[in-house]
Design a protein around this ligand. Sequence first.
Ligand code: GTR
Length: 352
Amino acid sequence: MLMNKKLTGFICMAMMITMALTACGGGNNAASNAGNKKDTEAENTLAAATEGPKYNFRLAETHPADYPTTKGDMKFAELVKEKSGGRITIDVFPSAQLGEEKSAIEQVQLGAIEFTRVSSSPLGEFNKEFGVFSLPYIFDNDDHVWRFLLGDAGNQLLDSLSSSRLKGLAYYSSGSRSFYSAKPLTSLEDLKGLKIRVQENQLNIAMIDALGASATPMSYGEVYSSLQTGVIDAAENNYPSYFSSKHFEVAGHFILDGHQRVPEVLMMSKTAWDKLSPEDQAIINEAALESVAFQREEWAKYEKESEEQVRAAGATITKVTDVTPWQEAVKPVIDANREQYKTILDAIDAAR
Ligand code: GTR
C-alpha cells in the first residue's frame, strides 16, 4: 500500500506539473518534458512491481468457471498478474477440484493452498464472528448487507480472520437464500418435518429446528444426489446456486423466504501472506478490492439469468409476501445468540 501510494503520488505530481506548465503557456517543450517524466515514473512503477520474487499460487473455488464468484476470482488473479508485471500468478481451480469448502479452508489455514473463496457460513465454524451471517433475517436487503460489509465493522470482521490463520481480502455478493424441495412448498407449514440440507454451521441446525424441520449439514457437492435419492427432502440456496448446481431438476419447488444473506469471502493463507513483502501484500489487497465491483456486476446478471432459466425449466416459485411468521419462528435462535453477537448485530442495525 505504502509503495503504491507513494508512486501514485509521484504520477499525480507529474500530471499536475504537466497541467500547470501547459496552463502557464510553458510551451510544447516544457509539456513534453513533464510528459517524459510521467512516462518515467510509470515505468518505474512497473519496474518496481516486476522486481522481486516470483510466485505461482493456487485458489480453491467450489463453483464452476461460469459462476460469478469464479469470475471474481479470475478477475482478481488477472489484476494481481497485471499489477505485479507478471511476477505473481494465481491459478484458479473451480468446481471444488481442490476439495469442498470445509477442506479448502483447512488447507488454506495450513498454507497448503494459498487462496480460497468460500461462503461465510462454513467459515463461521473456523471463526465464530462469521457465524453472525447464519443468523436468519438480520438483513433487509442487499443494499443493507453491502452498507454493513463496506463499513468499519465489515472490515474489522475481515481482519478478525487473522486469529484463525487466515487473511480476509474481500467480500463478494451472494444474494439471499431460500428453501427448495421436490415436495410442494407454499407456506411455512410445508417445511414441517422435512429433512433439510444446510451449510456446515451449527447455527443452521438451530434455525432449521426452530422452523420445525430437521437439519442435515453436508457439503455442497453432495446435495444433488442426496436430493435425488431422498437422503434429504429439501435444501436452501440463492437463485444462482439453485440453477448452477441443477438442484432445480430434483427439487422443483422454490419458496422465496430469503432467510439468510451469507456473503462470500475471498481470503488468503495467513502463512503465505506473512511471507510476502509489504509491496506484494499491497498488490494482493488492491487487486482483491478492485475485483469486487466486477463480481457484483456478474452476480446481478447471473442472478437474473438463473431466475429466468429455472422458471423456464418449470420450477414452481412461491414468493413469501409476509415473512413475519417465519421471523417469529426463528426468534429464539436470534435471542439465544444476541449476547454473543451484540457488537456486530448493533453494527448491522446501524447500517439499516
Ligand atoms: C453457495 C455458496 C457456496 C456454497 C454453497 C452451499 O451459495 O456460494 O460457496 O457455500 O452455497 O450451500 O454449500
